[in-house]
Design a protein around this ligand. Structure first.
Ligand code: NDP
Length: 322
C-alpha cells in the first residue's frame, strides 16, 4: 500500500480507502462486511468512510459492530462520519443540516453507532444555506477541542464557501477544514481540477475522493445492460440510474474504448480508472466501494498497475474519451 499525507496535515492515509455508501446495511450483511473490512485492513487500507445518512445509520452500526469484532488496534485505522442529511427516514428540522445542535448531536450518535471514542475525520456532507458558516465552524471547533473529532472537512462545498470557512476560522482562532470530499472520476472532474485548484496551495487541503468508478460504470459492467443485484437495481436508487448511465446510455457509449486500453496494459477497466484518479497529486486517497470481496480484491490490484501508469497511458485514455 502507498500512504499519502492528508493535504498539509501530518495524517498519513492509505492511497486507497474504503467506504460504506449503498452497500453496508443493504447489499452487504455482517459476514460480507467482515470479509471486506478484514481484506481492506490486511492490505494496508487505514481509512473507512461512513455517514449518518447511509442506510439511515445502519451502515455505521454495521461498520461499528464489525470493527469491534475484528479488534483492529484503534490507532491503526481512521474512521469518518458525515453530517447534514440526517439519519432518520424523515428527519425533523433539528435532525438535519449544519446547525450547532445537529452537528454536535449527529457526532455523538455516530460515535455510538460506530462504537468509537472519536471520529478521525468528520465531514459536512453538503453546504447548508440555512445555517451561517460561522455557526458550523464553531461547532466543529468545539468537537475538536472536546477530543471527539480529530480533523474536520467539507464535502461538495463550493470553493467560495470553503474560503469563507477558512477566513472565519483564522479570524476567530478556530480549527479550519483540512479536507474536502468531492466526486472525482474520468467523467466528473471540473471541481477537483479547476474550482478547487486554489485551495490546495492556499490552505493545504487534502481530498478523499468518491465514486472513482462512477458507481461501477467505469468497470465496464454496464456495457451489456444492468446486471441483477448491482447498485443501479437497488430500490430507492432509481434516481442514480440516469445520472450514471446518462441520457440514452450516452456515458456507457463514451467509455466504450477503455476495456481495450486496459487489456493492452494487462489491467481491468476498473483498475485503469482508479489509477487515473491516483495519478492526480491533489488526491490524498481514493475511496473504493465494493459489494463483493472479488471487486475489492480486483480494485486493490491497481497498485501493481501504478508503476506503469505514465503520461502516455494517461493521454491515450483522455483521447479515448474525447
Ligand atoms: P465507486 O464509484 O467505486 O462504486 C462502487 C460500486 O461499484 C461498488 O459498490 C460495486 O457496485 C461496483 N464495483 C466496484 N468495483 C467493481 C469492479 N471491480 N467490477 C464491477 N463492479 C464494481 O465508489 P462509490 O460510489 O461507492 O464511492 C466510494 C465511497 O465514497 C462510498 O462508499 C462513500 O463512502 C463515499 N461517497 C461519498 C459521497 C459524498 O457525498 N461525500 C457520495 C458517494 C460516495 P455493485 O456491485 O453494487 O454494482
Amino acid at each position: 500500500m502507498q500512504y499519502r499525507r492528508l493535504g498539509r496535515t501530518g495524517l498519513q492515509l492509505s492511497a486507497l480507502s474504503f467506504g460504506a455508501w449503498v452497500t453496508f446495511g443493504r447489499q452487504v450483511g455482517r459476514s460480507e462486511a467482515r470479509e471486506l473490512l478484514a481484506l481492506a485492513w490486511d492490505r494496508g487500507i487505514n481509512f473507512f468512510d461512513n455517514a449518518e445518512t447511509y442506510n439511515h445509520g445502519d451502515a455505521e452500526r454495521l461498520m461499528g459492530d464489525v470493527l469491534a469484532d475484528l479488534r483492529f488496534p484503534r490507532d491503526s485505522y481512521c474512521v469518518s462520519s458525515k453530517v447534514y442529511f440526517g439519519a432518520a427516514e424523515k428527519p425533523r428540522p433539528t435532525q438535519r443540516g449544519l446547525s450547532r445542535k445537529h452537528v454536535i448531536e449527529a457526532c455523538n450518535q455516530a460515535l455510538e453507532r460506530l462504537r468509537v471514542g472519536h471520529l478521525d475525520l468528520y465531514f459536512c456532507h453538503r453546504p447548508d444555506p440555512e445555517t451561517p458558516i460561522e455557526e458550523t465552524v464553531a461547532a466543529m471547533d468545539t468537537l475538536i477541542r472536546q477530543g471527539k473529532v480529530l480533523y474536520w472537512g467539507t464535502s461538495e462545498w463550493p470553493a467560495t464557501a470553503i474560503h469563507e470557512a477558512h477566513r472565519i476560522a483564522q479570524a476567530m482562532h478556530m480549527y479550519a477544514p483540512v479536507v474536502e470530499q468531492p466526486q472525482y472520476n474520468l467523467l466528473h472532474r471540473e471541481r477537483v481540477e479547476h474550482e478547487y485548484a486554489p485551495l490546495y496551495a492556499s490552505y493545504g487541503m487534502g481530498t478523499t475522493i468518491w465514486s472513482p468508478l462512477a458507481s461501477g460504470l467505469l468497470s465496464g459492467k454496464y456495457s451489456q445492460g444492468i446486471p441483477d443485484g448491482s447498485r443501479l437495481t437497488q430500490p430507492g436508487y432509481e434516481w442514480l440510474r440516469d445520472l450514471v448511465l446518462g441520457e440514452g446510455g450516452e456515458r456507457v457509449e463514451k467509455i466504450k474504448h477503455l476495456p481495450a486500453i486496459a487489456a493492452e496494459v494487462g489491467a481491468t477497466p476498473a483498475q485503469l480508472a482508479i489509477a487515473w484518479c491516483l495519478a492526480n497529486p491533489n488526491v490524498s486517497t481514493v475511496l473504493l466501494g465494493a459489494s463483493r470481496k472479488e471487486q475489492l480484491e480486483q480494485n486493490l490490484g491497481v497498485l501493481e498497475l501504478l508503476p506503469r501508469f505514465d503520461l502516455a497511458l494517461k493521454e491515450r485514455i483522455e483521447h479515448a474519451l474525447a
